[in-house]
Design a protein around this ligand. Sequence first.
Ligand code: ADP
Ligand code: ASP
Ligand code: MG
Length: 444
Amino acid sequence: MKIWKFGGTSVGAPERMHAIAKLISDGEKKIVVLSAVSGTTNALVEISNLCLNQDFDAAKNKTKELYDKYVPFVAHLYATEKGKQQGTSIIDEHFETIKSQIKPGFTAVEEKLFLAQGELISTNLFTAYLQESGSKAALLPALEFMKIDADNEPVLSFTEENLPRFLHQHPDVELFITQGYICRNAKGEVDNLQRGGSDYTATLVGAAIYSEEVQIWTDIDGMHNNDPRVVKRTYPIAEMSFDEAAELAYFGAKILHPTCIRPTQERNIPVRLLNTMAPKEKGTVITEKGSGNAFTAVAAKDGITAINIKSTRMLLAYGFLRKVFEVFEKFKTPVDMITTSEVAVSLTIDNAKHVDEIVKELSSFAVVDVDSNQTIVCVVGNFLAAKPGIAFKVFNALKPIPIRMISYGGSENNISVLIDSQYKNEALNLINEGVFFAEMAEAV
Ligand code: ADP
Ligand code: ASP
Ligand code: MG
């Protein structure tokens, strides 16, 4: 059975839901993972922040604003009076849950409950619509089979054990609809797989049932060679490897959740990226096979903090790196890029939550400097060590940009540079012309 996932814009209006209902009704049994209606999760984040700041009146106003968007949505989604009534009771129930928690004592637990309402609403509304139009559809409750552990890592075995039970309950159903993004945590509370996490739900569910394919339907015709929000001339990539896609997702290609590729890679399940607005376009297929290009794509990840750690003994003494990494391990802070010299090591983190504590501990044996507002630009391709000129092309294109760190050679797929975020757009455009289009011009 295939998994089809639709993102926020793909379910963002009643007409979009009508369109995807047609798309999925091809006679094949499938699990359909949905995001929240676009804009909803952002609004729920805002409402939660207002509650955390004790601004309950503003939170109530914002909630009313969001509810008011769903009223015409429901009116246009359903054809029958009965459908419209059912839709109204769905939104009323979920907004009641939200309203009842807008009060003192609001914590991160309620925040996560709020964030889950977006996917709960979209899947309930959509399933009711499918049933109204006579489809054999059923809702799968993601909170019963999606789980993360105490380190916020998904527990795939939990999905493997619990999902089949729900599938077997409905032998005649063709379309199983479920919520992306939401899960329970180790304490049993409602939680989530971080922003963009519906992609991760799709690949985890796909891996759990050894699906033949996971399809991620979005608002663009596949993975492009560069960020289309920043660069004008980008093009879709027909094929790429799991490793290439994983690097691009991790280093900022928003089309995929940062860590969603691994579950499908481990079970060799192809992932196809497709466009809901242009369903006939080929999109991108991600398998073990690479793009075959020297340069596949470039992505950029903002919000990076660079930490320079200079040994106070002025020599990279034996055991120094171990001590450095132990500090990051202690604060559960992953390191992305790293470069070393005889006397110092520079590394980057994207989660700066514990940076002050980290700096304090490092300062007991090193001189530490911190730079925030950094961006990693990551060029992905097939950089066989024997092939000359790869690094030259990237650095030649980036000539006008001050580069803070360079990482190359860790894998055959990745050249990363760290720059100040103010240069990001310029860097992506320079690489587009100086690497990707220059490469194409050379090929003809
Ligand atoms: P969804 O809501 O369907 O999950 P997202 O907004 O998360 O969609 O991801 C799709 C968006 O990702 C595209 O509209 C595009 O602007 C952005 N994007 C960023 N980098 C890339 C890239 N390299 N290729 C394609 N899309 C990209
Ligand atoms: N609704 C969630 C978000 O906006 C999850 C997702 O769309 O993938 O981040
Ligand atoms: Mg997304």
